[in-house]
Design a protein around this ligand. Structure first.
Ligand code: NAD
Length: 290
């Protein structure tokens, strides 16, 4: 049976370290602070906001929610971003996305200060992924995949990582992070020919397709490590990933579950970035990842 890469253990280890860093900031009179920018009151935004706020509070990170009505226009959102950028008490800002369709997402991403872009959505953060230098942060979910692999000691150097998905939110940033760590990376998408055969060549297979049950036994071989990023609802109404867990666990070496895998680590990465941003303001060395 495969080893199950539980996110909870990773999150607990990260939380322990982050609490110490938040305490070191507190001794300097600094409370790391996150602004969550929400437009409207969509249920999944509210749920994410509650989870992030709870996690932050437990680590000594202050949270304030900046809310705008669901019919706010782009100018109103940009004005809110300007206020957050100018507020020295706030170290990081998380705009909950997707934003309502009437708002120009590109302008919002551009406007947010790179120093406060803790979810890695702006152009400076993306440039940093490409060049390895400059301001900004890695997108949290992509970074969470690395945290999970590192915690469980999965070697990356020289190994073949296959990623299903080419989104700017998860897959492309993850590809760059893995290349930076000396993996050989293949990105797959809906037009990829013979996806199962390609996936079987992976040492590390990451699925971020958002398709329940896409990855079955035909995609897998013994020896693989599988990271399931997908968050879906099964036809039976249950939360599930992209990978058919019960098939995979009898074939591969290790697999992350859904729920309880990457998703459990993502908000900890967000907290880590807020603390890192606060440390940068105080001139403290952060020692964290790019
Ligand atoms: P997306 O819809 O933007 O991208 C999905 C990608 O998968 C696309 O590039 C598409 O080409 C590819 N794809 C879809 N179906 C495919 C198929 N049948 N064969 C090959 N490729 C296929 O989604 P996203 O924003 O990148 O998110 C991906 C998944 O990760 C979603 O389920 C999302 O809910 C989940 N997610 C999880 C977290 C977390 O913290 N765990 C965070 C963000 C997103």
């Amino acid at each position: 049976m495969a080893k199950v890469l539980e996110g909870k253990a990773v999150a607990a280890a990260m939380a322990g370290q982050l609490r110490l860093r938040a305490e070191a900031l507190a001794r300097r009179g600094v409370e790391p602070r996150l602004a969550i920018l929400r437009v409207g009151d969509n249920g999944s935004d509210l749920a994410y906001e509650r989870a992030a706020a709870k996690r932050c509070a437990a680590l000594g990170i202050g949270v304030e929610t900046v809310t705008l009505p669901g019919d706010a226009d782009t100018q109103a959102v940009l004005a809110a971003i300007d206020r957050v950028n100018a507020d020295e008490r706030i170290h990081g800002c998380l705009p909950l996305r997707p934003l309502p369709g009437a708002i120009d997402d590109g302008s919002v991403r551009q406007r947010l200060s790179a120093r406060k872009d803790v979810d890695g959505i702006g152009p400076a953060s993306l440039a940093r992924l490409f060049t390895g230098s400059g301001e900004g942060f890695s997108p949290c979910t992509a970074q969470a995949c690395l945290e999970l692999l590192d915690y469980y000691g999965v070697g990356l150097r020289g190994r073949h990582a296959v990623i299903i998905g080419r989104s700017l939110v998860v897959s492309r940033p993850l590809a760059l992070l893995l290349v930076e760590r000396d993996a050989t990376v293949t990105i797959c998408h809906t037009k990829t020919v013979d996806l199962p055969a390609l996936c079987r060549t992976a040492d590390i297979l990451v699925s971020a397709a958002g398709k329940a049950g896409l990855v079955d036994a035909s995609y897998l071989r013994p020896g693989q490590v599988v990271v399931d990023v997908g968050v879906n609802v099964s036809p039976e109404g249950k939360l599930c990933g992209d990978v058919r867990f019960e098939q995979a666990e009898t074939i591969v070496d290790a697999i992350s579950p859904v729920p309880g895998g990457v998703g459990s680590v993502t908000t900890l990465v967000l907290c880590k970035h807020v603390i890192q941003a606060a440390e940068a303001v105080c001139g403290l060395p952060d020692g964290t990842e790019r």
